[in-house]
Structure formats: C-alpha cells, structure tokens
Design a protein around this ligand. Structure first.
Ligand SMILES: [Zn+2]
Length: 374
C-alpha cells in the first residue's frame, strides 16, 4: 500500500479533522474514571485553562480505555503529547497506578483544588512519551499492516480497534498507510474531487447478488453482493416488502453513456447534480447499488424514498454495511442531490461507525474536503 499522496499536504484539514475526531470520541465511564474534581486537582491549571486541559485529559483517558483491549495504552501514551506539561505528568502518574502522585488523588480532593500535587522527594515519575509516540498509528501495528497487505479490509479494521477507531485514525491523518483513493478498498472515497485511479478502474470480483431481483444484468463486488442478499431477505422478513435493484456496477464506458444521456436531457449543469462523469462514479467501484421497491412489479428509483422498503433501508441498511451516500441537504459536500436509492457499501464496521456517529457524508466521516464541483 502506498501512502495517500493527498494526505500529507493537507495539514490544515488534518488539524481540523483531528479536532473533530477527538471531540467525537466516546468516553466510556469506568470504575476508575476520574471525577472532574480529581482531574482539576491533577492538572493544577488556572481556571481558564482547565476546560481544555481536562478535555484533553479526558480524551486521553477515553482513548486509553479503548486501546487497552488490544494495545495497552500505547495510543493513550502518545496522546499525552498534546496535553500541557502539568497535565501530562499528572496523567502519567495516575495511569501508572501506585505512584506517589496517584496516591495523592485519594486525599480529600478539596485540599488539592488550589494547587498542583506536592512533588515527592524522589521526584515525579517520568512518562515514557517519546518512546511510544511513534507507534500511535495503526500503520506501525504489524497485525494491522498484515491485514491491510492481505487485502482483508474487515480484518484491518478489526486490527485497528474497530470502525470508529479506524475512522478516527484516518481522519486525524495518522494512518498514512490507508489510502482512501485505492478503489479495491471498501473505504475508497470517490467524488468530484477524487476520480478513480485508474480512471477506467474495473472491480475484479464482480458477481450477481443471489436471490435479489435485478432489473438490469448488473453485478456487484462479492462482499456487497452477499450483503445485499442479506439486506433484501431481512427487509422481507421484517414485512417491509421486496427490494430489487436497477443498477450496480457500471463500467467506465457505461458511465460515459449514462452521463451523456443525462446531459442530453437537462444539460451539463443539471446532469452534474444527478450523475457522475465517467471515472468519477461510485458505480464504477462495484460497491454501489441503486435499489427500487417491488410489489409484484417494481417501482422507480424515485419511489424508494416514500416506500416501506425505503423506510426500512433508512433504519437498517447500515447493519449490512450500506450507507445512503447522497443524503438530503448535503449537496454542498457530496456534490449530488439526495438519492435515497443509491446505497454504497463500506463494510459493516465502518457503516456502524457512520451510523452511530450520525454522519451524513463520507467526506465528513473521513475528514475530507467537500466536493461540490469538479
Ligand atoms: Zn447510484
């Protein structure tokens, strides 16, 4: 995997993405979670500095809890770099367990609010920050890079600690080994600013989804094909009705004619709001499918939004790895008018993170610039 060439120069976007990623972290309460009062005692910062100091410390602790499952606080130790000196030392001391400073947190906190903890004669423990900081990216984790190299996207995401952790690392710009431009990846982002590479890319594992009514002889990559089969069955089992599909994979040449047809009808400006130019379409990845509601015969793309099938898809498609890629009111970011029918497969773990994070564009999910135009 080669690093995404677009990642490194985008430092300003990265900084903002990192801020958002940190803000979006879920802080899981734990038995040993510090109270705000204890944090204040640990940090010893002036009142106006406390807010950011404590937030940063909380972020560090939240990351620590998540990372412990697999890498025992490596990420958290690295995050300490962003914390001001006093906070860093306090956090390291308390994370270290039975150190003298940690014990001081057990003292009546009211006596500690006014100032920093007393420095013991033997001095404060020195946090080993520099040594572990370099491993804070999943790209330095052999389990992650091995999964990545094997082409197993789901295993890579699992090795990164799950969909949310993977997303956060990518959005923060600390996962240069992850390319959002690689069309073979389920996390590829294609939009008006991000053409396919190569422009005439063709997915290699295209198959027809089983037990799904196809109105065109149109295939999907194998993972989304299986997921679509499951989704359609689940919708039917839930009483939402039958879901069929019109168009899934479209080749470069097919997309050329699809787009040209739109231009013929409404001109370039209108066509660009509804249809991608060849080389810029998600359909070319084999990861996107346009669904329709069926009841005996099948309706049109426009019928899905107000159908029982569409309502079910809105609530449940993420469980099968799909997102509604072009959401209502997001044209300024996604570049397209809303398309309730256009379902994009990003894999179950990423779709879960997308759903649970309340995202409505893939651009924002990964901290990428908006792509309203070519
Ligand atoms: Zn579509």
């Amino acid at each position: 995997m080669s690093p995404d060439p677009e990642l490194s120069p985008r430092r300003a976007a990265r900084a903002e993405a990192e801020r958002l990623a940190t803000a979006a972290l879920t802080i899981t309460p734990a038995a040993d979670a510090p109270t705000r009062r204890q944090l204040r005692a640990e940090s010893g910062l002036a009142a106006e500095q406390e807010g950011s100091g404590i937030r940063a410390l909380l972020a560090v602790r939240g990351l620590t809890l998540a990372a412990r499952r697999r890498r025992a606080g490596v990420l958290a130790a690295a995050m300490l770099i962003v914390v001001a000196g006093a906070v860093a030392i306090g956090a390291a001391a308390s994370a270290g367990g039975a150190g003298p400073v940690a014990e001081s947190a057990d003292v009546d906190a009211s006596t500690l609010v006014a100032g920093p903890p007393a420095v013991p004669d033997e001095g404060l423990p020195v946090p080993q920050i520099a040594a572990v900081a370099a491993t804070a990216t999943p790209c330095d984790d052999p389990a992650f890079t091995a999964a990545l190299a094997s082409g197993d996207d789901a295993a890579a995401i699992a090795a990164a600690g799950g969909g949310s952790a993977f997303r956060a690392a990518v959005a923060a710009g600390v996962a240069p080994c992850v390319s959002l431009s690689d069309p073979n990846r389920e996390w590829v982002v294609v939009n008006k600013q991000r053409p396919l590479d190569p422009l005439d890319y063709r997915a290699g594992d295209l198959v027809m989804p089983q037990n799904v009514r196809a109105l065109e002889e149109s295939s999907l990559r194998s993972a989304p094909a299986s997921a679509l089969t499951e989704l359609v069955r689940a919708a039917s089992d839930a009483g939402a009705g039958e879901i069929g599909y019109l168009s899934a994979f479209r080749s470069y040449a097919t997309q050329q004619s699809t787009y040209a047809g739109r231009v013929d009808v409404g001109g370039v400006e209108e066509a660009d709001r509804e249809s991608a130019r060849a080389g810029y379409s998600e359909h070319q990845t084999g990861l996107a499918v346009d669904i329709v509601p069926c009841d005996g015969s099948c309706g049109t793309l426009d019928d899905i939004a107000s159908s029982s099938q569409g309502a079910w898809v809105r609530d449940h498609a993420w469980e099968y790895g799909f997102i509604t890629r072009y959401a209502e009111g997001r044209e300024s970011v996604s570049g397209y008018l809303p398309e309730a029918w256009h379902q994009r497969y990003i894999g179950r773990e990423l779709a879960r993170a997308y759903h649970e994070g309340g995202y409505t564009t893939l651009e924002e999910f990964f901290g990428l610039p908006a792509a309203p135009t070519y």
